[in-house]
Ligand binder design. Structure first.
Ligand SMILES: [Zn+2]
Ligand SMILES: [Zn+2]
Length: 170
């Protein structure tokens, strides 16, 4: 998605409002498939100082993926404030700047980069998702299952494992 910055180049030093819809392809992150529920929305202000363009604003998106605990659909709304610099030529003093040609900047890479940087380590359908029972596979958000996972039982299991190990040693 190209955003024209012609006005910012002409009206040097003026903060000009902009908004753009950025359709982005699904992508993979840490083995998870992520897709957008609708085009990403970017809005803010741009300012041109000579050939240097500064964009500052907010990225709004909603990601869809699979909850890592219960495997149901997880929705992740994102509101990301950003400030980014676009330059005509690479500048060692601004290694994070994006490059642009003519009078339009490409938003795709910049937007995706900001989204990836703000992703949580684990995508959950809700913060307190209880997940699936490791024994019977029941969705524990719907209620408890009949499997015995009490601390006492687990302690006995650990003890049994310990005994078995002892038996192995000569
Ligand atoms: Zn879940
Ligand atoms: Zn169970």
């Amino acid at each position: 998605m190209l955003l024209s910055v012609q006005k910012a180049l002409q009206l040097q030093g003026e903060r000009l409002p902009f908004e753009a819809e950025v359709p982005l392809e699904p992508f993979e992150f840490c083995g998870d498939q992520l897709r957008f529920s609708s085009p990403v929305w970017v809005s803010g202000r741009m300012v041109g100082i000579e050939d240097r363009i500064e964009l500052e604003g907010e990225i709004k998106a909603e990601l869809l993926s699979t909850c890592v605990r219960c495997l149901k659909e997880a929705r992740l709304p994102l509101n990301i404030p950003f400030t980014e610099i676009y330059l005509r030529e690479e500048d060692p003093e601004e290694p994070d700047a994006f490059l642009y040609e003519a009078s339009a900047v490409d938003l795709d890479q910049m937007v995706l980069g900001n989204i990836v940087m703000n992703l949580p380590v684990q995508l959950l359908c809700k913060p307190d998702c209880k997940g699936l029972c490791p024994t019977c596979g029941k969705d524990l958000n719907l209620g408890p299952c009949d499997c015995d996972r009490s601390p006492v039982n687990e302690a006995f299991a650990a003890l049994r494992a310990l005994k078995l190990e002892d038996e192995d040693t000569p």
